[in-house]
Ligand binder design. Structure first.
Ligand code: CU
Length: 482
């Protein structure tokens, strides 16, 4: 396919969408809005995996694989404790897995090869039937292995938000937005943009080895094309607000390659949920940090009229697309960007003091998990080890409470995710906390963190770094119930 064909395709898709909008909406949808998908009266949902085009901006149209003709896919809105049947059709030539991230569901429908979920066959279909028992912000995405192929798995546009409506909805807000943070068209590089400059220079680094491995680093994956949802900064319609409104934003970091920050000039985010679960302390912060796979729900009080940019604080990334304009009614100025006063992220400000965690810990059995990187050298991939070998198995016993102590002996922050379970963050770099129930936690470089969970979901459960390439090259472990 040449560039002209691509552009033609893009125009066609655009035409089709515009025609649909004339029926649905009198004006173009804002960058923060997206199609919603709810189950039919019988609890059914149809999901189609197929090639799609994404128009990030009029002159930046790319081709990828998506769900139901778009990337991100539709926002799937479910109801807590109501069974759903998802009929997935795969219009591509490769087996696919649709993973339901943050759900307590059996391995047969979790959508993970390592857990022996059957694939959605090429040109075939498969049904996922489950009951969402946890309310809040979850998401769905491909869980196919990519290995060296940057056109597979989470590198594609196969991702979307799921919001599980709680049985009782305490939300008090005037607008609800779903914003997915993304990068596109990944490529290999030996020269990383070093994002560590944004990390806390005074972090304790308890796992920093005495002697550093100075072998030359292998290939890393990076990108220079970014968006929020399917639009680059400035290319979509702005998010339109009025003074006095409370806007609820559900952020998802849907990147396959990087952790991300986001802030909004002149405003603060009051964090109400992490990974979909309400936090004990709703602290307001200037800047959010989301590891790949993490979600944050935050309320923004619209109390500073103007036209503002909400985006990634790193100029290079924001200017390359990772942002959206927020426009108050009757304001027509140039969009304003203000750098946040701090980029430091501290999970514990949203938690409770550690007393209740200590009570649980007395009964918890510790499992140490040591993460190391074996540098690949020029033109090769790095590999990762967990307790000395890539992708080990770990045996657990039903009913037992476990403490996982993550020892990150690498020079990178890794977003660690456990499938089919929720864990409580109890310690980050020596700082205890409690009440933060999550499914993904970022362990700082050379840092240490501890989480606790009760083994109450029998069946294979995959643990892994949510950076696709790290996972594919060893940064994972399979938890097997004895
Ligand atoms: Cu990683």
């Amino acid at each position: 396919m040449n560039r002209r064909d691509l552009l033609k395709l893009g125009t066609l898709a655009l035409g089709a969408r515009a025609a649909g909008q004339m029926v649905m909406l009198p004006t173009a949808p804002a960058q923060g809005s997206s199609t919603e998908l709810t189950p039919s009266a019988t609890g059914d949902i149809n999901l189609r995996i197929s090639p799609v085009t994404v128009e990030l901006a009029p002159d930046r149209i790319l081709s990828t694989i998506g769900y139901n003709g778009t990337a991100p896919g539709p926002i799937i809105r479910l109801k807590q404790n109501q069974p759903v049947t998802v009929h997935v059709t795969n219009d591509t030539d490769t087996p696919e897995f649709v993973h339901w991230h943050g759900f307590l569901i059996p391995p047969e429908v979790d959508g993970v090869e390592e857990e022996q979920t059957p694939p959605v066959p090429p040109r075939g279909s498969r049904t996922y039937k489950y009951t969402p028992t946890l309310a809040g912000s979850r998401w769905y995405h491909s869980h196919a292995m990519a290995m060296g192929d940057l056109h597979k798995g989470t590198f594609t546009g196969q991702f979307g938000c799921v919001y599980v409506e709680p049985a009782h909805n305490p939300g008090a807000y005037d607008q609800e937005l779903f914003l997915t943070l993304r990068d596109w068209e990944p490529f290999y590089t030996t020269q990383m943009v070093d994002m560590d400059e944004n990390d806390d220079p005074n972090a304790p680094q308890p796992e920093k080895p005495q002697v550093l491995n100075t072998a030359p680093n292998g290939l890393e994956v990076t990108s220079t094309t970014y968006s929020i949802n399917d639009k680059a900064l400035g290319a979509g319609e702005p998010i339109r607000v009025r003074e006095g409104q409370r806007i609820l934003i559900h952020f998802v970091n849907a990147s396959a390659i990087e952790n991300r920050r986001v802030s909004m000039g002149g405003h603060k985010f009051q964090v109400i949920a992490l990974d979909g679960n309400p936090v004990p302390n709703r602290a307001a912060v200037e800047c959010l940090f989301l590891g790949a796979g993490e979600r944050i729900c935050a309320i923004v009080e619209m109390n500073n009229p103007g036209v503002w940019i909400l985006g990634e604080p790193t100029d290079l990334i924001r200017n390359a697309g990772l942002g959206v304009i927020v426009e108050y009614a009757d304001q027509h100025k140039q969009p304003q960007w203000i750098k946040p006063s701090t980029l430091i992220w501290d999970y514990t400000q949203f938690g409770r003091p550690a007393a209740s965690a200590a009570q649980n810990s007395a009964a918890a059995q510790n499992i140490d998990m040591v993460f190391e990187k074996i540098p690949g050298g020029p033109h090769k991939f790095n590999t990762f080890t967990v307790n000395g070998k890539p992708s080990p198995e770990i045996t657990i016993h039903e009913g037992q409470r476990y403490r996982l102590t993550f020892r990150n002996r690498t020079d990178d922050a890794h977003p660690l995710h456990l499938h089919r379970h929720q864990w409580e963050l109890v310690d980050i770099n020596g700082k205890p906390t409690s009440g933060l129930i999550k499914d993904t936690v970022v362990v700082p470089f050379y840092g240490r963190a501890a989480v606790e969970f009760t083994a109450n979901q029998p069946g294979l459960s995959l643990f892994h770094c949510h950076i696709q390439m790290h996972m594919d090259y060893g940064f994972k472990a399979l938890f097997r119930y004895a």
